[in-house]
Design a protein around this ligand. Sequence first.
Ligand code: PMP
Length: 340
Amino acid sequence: MTIRDGLLDAIGHTPLIRLKRASEMTGCEILGKAEFLNPGQSVKDRAALGIIQDAIARKALQPGGVIVEGTAGNTGIGLALVAAPLGFRTVIVIPETQSQEKKDMLRLAGATLVEVPAVPYSNPNNYVKVSGRLAEALAKSEPNGAIWANQFDNVANRQAHMDTTGPEIWEQTGGKVHGFTCAVGTGGTLAGIAMALKARNPDVRIACADPMGAALYSYYTTGALHAEGSSITEGIGQGRITANLEGAPIDTAFQIPDEEALPIVFDLLEHEGLCLGGSSGVNVAGAIRLAKEMGPGHTIVTILCDYGTRYQSKLFNPDFLRGKNLPVPGWLERKGEVPN
Ligand code: PMP
């Protein structure tokens, strides 16, 4: 209960919340790191702060400079919020398929938004590649220069989790943590926490929880990158080994379909008051699978990545779910009806 010195100091130190139903179902202690309580309402505030602090330390980022990034939204929100008190500007390249709520928040946070069609990484017009080229151009034209945050291959991202999230989990559990799992967007969260926990206890079991449409489940179980299917979850689903994932001590992986992850998101809101985005559902589903694999009595930690209001028009919209042939929970259908 101390005073935090501005927004930068308010990032991190999030609570670890016991997930009641998942714990009871498995006989394990399943704990969710409440990253949605960060100022930008997502885990990506930590990476944004780490990347900006690293660029300042390397003198790559000059006062008044521009930070350019390609992001599914949350990193951009983190970068824009952290940039404000430090006097930087942000230019964010985002696939147009991402939720309207995230785009609105980015504009509110002061980012200049560049929307591009959602195309695979192999396409030169992929949002990550567009952001790299834009950063190069702005580095020449902007009076105070520009940098590319490059969250996928800039290891200042995973370093932030090695320095903060991982040690926080260790301290909050008093070192009593047997397993950790989460999904991968850039891999910064999974790799950084995995490295921090394994450095303290090499026996901590680390699992990648992969959505359909991503290639890491296949990579960590067979050695080959191969993807099939698709997912409505945002911010996760990787098809390559990013620099952040390189050398990460990952023991196993699970493939989590939306049909398994989304009912968990709906249940957490209905029964535990936790309003979360789809990637948190993949993570908790992964934690349940890891708990079942390891057996009762273990403590398993995962990440509650971002706040659910960011997805009201999609994940919590019955028409959107029906359009994707996904199950709609009864209580969501009944929302707004006056009980008699
Ligand atoms: N969940 C959400 C909602 C995200 O936006 C992200 C980041 N893209 C992740 C999970 C994955 O985090 P990381 O980039 O550290 O792998």
